[in-house]
Design a protein around this ligand. Structure first.
Ligand SMILES: [Zn+2]
Length: 304
């Protein structure tokens, strides 16, 4: 097991123990959350699964998009790190460091750990009508968010920044209010298409202050009169336009840096010129590229 996998397991164990507390903290204040997750937090996973099974057996009320959302929600729930909502204990890093070094002083040290409030970088993900919320899309989204989480963890390890920040995702399953481009693209040269793109971003429900990601698979979003305008994703003012079919796994973390205001180096414009830097352009970026201090600083400033 890799160190990262061990960390994730431990995070899950601790999160479940803090669930009741986080329920009280967030219930009644969040009207944007998918009803499924609200139900899940209130009555728990097993009860939700029974409810979904009953609903399926007895009848299938609601429109097609609601049934699709139920199906996807069921699958996502079974995935191991479908983190949504909740808070981690403030002293989790202390536990992590002390794990495996069981001494008589251990419990005393844990009790004495200072209470540092954890912050969250929210990723609010919506789908346009060209993008299926299917297994392949969800697998790639989850992999991309893992890369962003690892980059934030790297900020703590290498730059001593963002040590108290989690990355969590919120899904807006509705596609009917986010039409894909039909006769143009998302190119900002075209006013009507730019307006469509911005409306779609506005229609993504999610946590205040989070970055919005509009998932598309429309080939029209990629080309203008046959010319490729962006290979994987781009970052207009209101969020990140992300093509599931073409994006690399580190594209979301890279574009999040742009959205957060990464300033780049002198030669690179809004990019780094170092191929091993996460913020180098996609044409030169190497696999496993890592964030620099500026990425960490800009991203940390977006946490709530
Ligand atoms: Zn870029």
């Amino acid at each position: 097991m890799s160190p990262m996998a061990g960390k994730q397991n431990q995070t899950q164990t601790q999160k479940s123990s803090g669930l009741a507390r986080s329920n009280r903290a967030t219930m009644g204040t969040d009207h944007l959350e998918h009803p499924f997750f609200r139900l899940q937090r209130i009555i728990g996973n097993q009860a939700v699964q029974r409810t979904l099974q009953m609903k399926r057996t007895i009848s299938r009320p609601g429109d097609a998009s609601e049934r699709e959302a139920d199906d996807v929600a069921e699958r996502v729930m079974r995935m191991p790190d479908a983190a949504e909502g909740g808070t981690l204990p403030a002293h989790e890093p202390t536990h992590t460091i002390q794990q495996g070094a069981a001494t008589e002083a251990g419990p005393i040290l844990r009790q004495a750990a200072p209470a540092v409030p954890r912050k969250t970088i929210w990723v609010n993900i919506g789908f346009d009508s060209s993008a299926q919320a299917n297994e392949e899309t969800m697998r790639k989204l989850r992999a991309s968010i893992r890369v962003e989480k690892a980059a934030i963890a790297g900020c703590c390890a290498v730059h001593n920044r963002a040590c108290n920040i989690d990355v969590k995702q919120h899904y807006d399953w509705r596609r009917s209010n986010k039409p894909a481009p039909a006769d143009g693209d998302y190119d900002s040269d075209v006013a009507a298409d730019r307006a469509l793109r911005d409306r779609n971003f506005d229609n993504i429900a999610g946590r205040a202050g989070g970055v919005k990601v509009l998932v598309t698979e429309s080939t029209l979003s990629q080309t203008w009169q046959g010319v490729r305008i962006f290979p994987r994703a781009n970052t207009p003012e209101k969020g990140i336009l992300w093509n599931r079919a073409l994006a690399a796994e580190d594209t979301l973390a890279h574009e999040s840096g742009h959205a957060a205001g990464y300033t780049g180096d002198a030669e690179g414009g809004h990019h780094s010129t170092d191929p091993q830097n996460l913020m180098s352009s996609g044409s030169i970026r190497e696999a496993g590229a890592t964030p620099d201090a500026n990425w960490c600083q800009q991203m940390a400033a977006t946490a709530r």
